[in-house]
Write a protein that binds this ligand. Structure first.
Ligand code: SAH
Length: 257
């Protein structure tokens, strides 16, 4: 098994594959002004096993196109959606979020939790804009500094892991220059990281190592996850996911109000 397959195996059993919560998804739905009064077309990019895709399909009655390059995650999403009676509202698509096979203007909403960093926030929001109808809404969570200055140790870690990490003010500027008007912002709470994500990963380490006969590759993955978790427990007061909600705007027309 290569590294990616091992990562899919470690994460597919968990409720989500990145920090978040049902409450945070509901809060973003509200800030985005989304209502169940018409069937919205939503793309959930980097959907994992569908923690948000299934909430969007359920609460909004939306038609959700759930995209990920992890086939084991999509299989699990389909199983869960069927068990929850949502199968007819969610279509899974195996594709890279870097190269999406959809026509321009197809979606009312582009949703992406804990995934845009894989291609970079600026590149992602620029590339994905064409997929939105004019006036459509982008909801994307992105690693964000919570303070203007930090201890050196945490700067070094993130400059290695994801140099695009920045303040919300910088991310909002990127959105504005990419043709969006920001309409909402909040940050994920510590429980979205701990109860929502890290605790489930930690609880699965022993069985994961057993399944893979304590191979070097499996141990390296556990070691990497442990380091990330330790960073968070030490420095989590300085960063979180920011949830950015922004409307697509046209340069020649004032945004709808
Ligand atoms: N949104 C889910 C998963 C977040 S983890 C949740 O919040 O639980 C990030 C996801 O992005 C993973 O499922 C991973 O397989 C997917 N991913 C990473 N890079 C990708 C790419 N280039 N194309 C498609 N999916 C990608």
């Amino acid at each position: 098994m290569d590294e990616l397959d091992l990562l899919f195996d470690l994460h597919r059993r968990n409720a989500r594959q990145g920090p978040g919560s049902r409450d945070a998804t509901l809060r973003a739905i509200e800030l985005a002004g989304l209502k169940a009064d018409r069937p919205l077309e939503i793309a959930d990019l980097g959907c994992g096993t569908g923690a948000s895709a299934r909430v969007l399909a359920d609460v909004l009655g939306a038609r959700v196109t759930a995209v990920d390059f992890g086939e084991p995650f999509l299989d699990e999403l389909e199983r869960l959606a069927a068990a929850e009676g949502l199968a007819d509202r969610i279509e899974t698509v195996s594709a890279s979020i870097d190269d999406l096979p959809f026509d321009d203007g197809r979606f009312d909403v582009i949703w992406s939790e804990g995934a845009i960093y894989n291609i970079g926030f600026e590149k992602g929001v620029r590339q994905w804009r064409r997929l939105l109808k004019p006036g459509g809404v982008l909801v994307a969570s992105e690693i964000t500094w919570l303070t203007a200055s930090r201890p050196d140790g945490i700067d070094e870690y993130w400059n290695e892991a994801y140099p695009e990490i920045d303040l919300a003010s910088a991310k909002l500027g990127i959105l504005e220059r990419a043709g969006y008007s920001p309409i909402g912002y909040f940050t994920l709470s510590p429980s979205c990281w701990e109860a929502g994500y890290y605790q489930a990963i930690e609880a699965g380490f022993d069985e994961f190592l057993e399944r893979h006969d304590h191979s070097d590759a499996a141990r390296a993955i556990v070691q990497g996850e442990r380091e990330e978790i330790a960073q968070y427990r030490r420095y989590g007061g300085f960063y979180s996911y920011g949830v950015y909600i922004a409307r697509r705007v046209e340069c020649e027309k004032a945004p709808d109000r």
